[in-house]
Design a binder for this molecule. Structure first.
Ligand code: GLN
Length: 541
């Protein structure tokens, strides 16, 4: 029988529930348990694919092409649990499915209601992850308990325990203990009230995980335990970490959270250390050197918009024993103030994915600057397309070369929709999404991967126009990776440059703290070499 753990949140949003869920997944896996993880999101969008990154952070993409919430990125980085469309369910998807069934007459004349029809559909979505080869399903409920939106989900998980038996279900509730500086006190009332809200619906949490700035004293734990009806040892502290989010699993383990979960769910787990993870944290705490990388993007002000990019850079730093500072550069600023002002002194430049015209000229300038100053450049998706435009305009002499995404009438559509796609677009079909095989032909990419066929995830519409492949090769930009099957350009490089690699896919969705993505690792290694060279040149002067 698969066990179920539900993780809810209270008091405020952005408590780091996704990270905590991922950490629990890691701890359970390290004890030999087979884990599955999912997130239930209360918003009405059917998936987050259409949501503005300013509101919702990055859109994360799975192997099967599902566009999901960025918390699934945490799940994949922390655990080996397989992810699919079943791993992220929104209210929008539940409702549209129920309404579709109603229209098809599948409810046989019944009145269709939130309870039981919506809650049944939610429960089905939870059951879908269970199975004979799964020990524990972790289900994170997005939003905050008490929101109107999340009510059907909270109701569904209450019913779930009744359906499968109390010994198979565990409720973990995450809250915040605010610290009032003026009186030097941590306050428990918001936690009490949030637990009260859950109990009103009929859920008594088994474990409380409390975010806080200061350690929770024993007295405070006793108080929380008394008012929230939770054992003292089940009041877990999740104090703000000093160095990195990767400390969270260790902090939870040190308080025996995984043991407690196993006990409560009558699981017999092995006792397994997590040396890889400890090494990650050690390396983060004691880097041997420091470099700075510029990330040039449109949504740069918001940390979450390029979440997986920043994480992957950190992983590559760990792999190279370096602390990597990130300079977040607004592409429009590069356009206005010039690369000399905005990019001077960085040891590597990364242009991530993007859509639309705003800021593109700045991204093209960034590519040109990196190319001419021989600074390592890593272009990802839109960042690859910008590099192609840069070389077309500034080396191959193709004036006004562009992507047809921004200029349909460009004389040189170096990035465009291919003929085969045009038909699909007319029918409303759009993106190339999800994992596809890439044949790595040579260059830095081949050296980094160390293998000839790799699988990488995509999320884009436009492609490198094959009609320009030869002209651009003559200008020094060569294709070093192609789609294995169709001859689409997936990787381009400038051989006559220390490290200029740009890819049409999204390698940032496949990097882990314990195993940095080879291209990110290669990019940071090149940036370190560039930094050493810069110091030697400066010293020689
Ligand atoms: N806008 C570009 C395209 O659709 C790139 C997309 C991306 O960077 N994810 O092809």
């Amino acid at each position: 029988m698969t066990k179920h753990i539900f993780i809810t949140g209270g008091v405020v949003s952005s408590l780091g529930k996704g990270l905590t869920t991922a950490s629990i997944g890691l701890l359970l896996e390290s004890r030999g348990l087979r884990v599955r993880i999912q997130k239930l999101d209360p918003y009405l969008n059917v998936d987050p694919g259409t949501m503005n990154p300013f509101q919702h952070g990055e859109v994360y993409v799975l192997d099967d092409g599902t566009e999901t919430d960025l918390d699934l990125g945490h799940y994949e980085r922390f655990t080996n649990a397989p992810m699919s469309r079943a791993s992220n369910i929104t209210s929008g998807r539940i409702y549209s499915e129920v309404i579709r069934k109603e229209r098809a007459g599948e409810y046989l004349g019944e009145t269709v209601q939130v309870i039981p029809h919506i809650t049944d559909a939610i429960k089905q979505g939870i059951h879908a992850l269970a199975g004979p080869d799964v020990d524990v399903v972790l289900t994170e409920i997005g939003g905050t308990v008490g929101d109107i939106e999340s009510l059907p989900f909270v109701e569904a998980i209450r019913q779930f325990r009744l359906d499968v038996g109390p010994e198979n279900v565990l409720y973990i509730h995450m809250t915040l203990l605010p610290y009032l500086r003026a009186n030097g006190e941590m306050k428990t009332k918001p936690t009490q009230q949030s637990v009260g809200k859950l109990r009103e619906i009929g859920i008594q949490p088994d474990i409380l995980i409390c975010r806080c700035e200061q350690p929770i004293t024993d007295d405070l734990k006793k108080k929380i335990s008394l008012f929230c009806n939770v054992e003292t040892k089940a009041v877990i502290e999740e104090k703000d970490v000093d160095f990195s989010i990767y400390e969270v699993p260790l902090v939870l383990r040190d308080q025996g959270l995984d043991k407690l979960i196993a006990q409560r769910l009558h699981l017999a787990p092995k006792d397994c250390p997590i040396p890889d993870w400890e090494r990650v944290v050690e390396t983060l705490k004691h880097p041997t050197t420091e470099i700075e990388i510029a990330v040039v993007g449109k949504y740069i002000e918001l940390q979450d918009s390029y979440k997986s990019i920043y994480e992957s850079i950190a992983h590559a730093g760990i792999a190279n024993h370096a602390r990597v500072k990130i300079r977040r550069v607004n592409a429009e600023k590069v356009e206005k103030l010039g690369p000399e002002t905005t990019l001077a002194g960085v040891h590597g430049i990364l242009v991530p994915g993007g859509f639309g015209a705003r800021g593109v000229e700045g991204k093209i300038n960034a590519s040109q600057w990196a190319r001419e100053q021989r600074i390592p450049y890593f272009g990802i998706c839109y960042g690859m397309q910008m590099a192609v435009i840069d070389v077309a305009r500034h080396v191959a002499g193709l004036a006004d070369a562009d992507t047809t995404e921004n200029n349909e009438r460009t004389p040189h559509p170096v990035i465009c929709l291919l003929d085969s796609q045009q038909k699909v677009v007319d029918k409303g079909g759009t993106m190339r999404l999800g994992a596809q095989p890439c044949r790595v032909l040579g260059g830095h990419a081949r050296a980094a991967y160390g293998q000839s066929v790799v699988s990488e995830r995509h999320r884009h519409r436009y492609e490198f126009n094959p009609a320009y492949r030869e002209i651009l090769a003559k200008a020094g930009l060569v294709v070093t990776g192609v789609h294995d099957g169709h001859d689409l350009a997936e990787i381009v490089e400038i051989p006559d440059h220390p490290w200029f690699v740009a890819v049409q896919y999204h390698p940032e969705f496949k990097s882990k703290p314990t195993k940095a993505h080879p291209l990110f690792a290669g990019f940071i290694r090149a940036a370190l070499a560039h930094a050493r060279e810069a110091t030697t040149t400066a010293a020689a002067r």
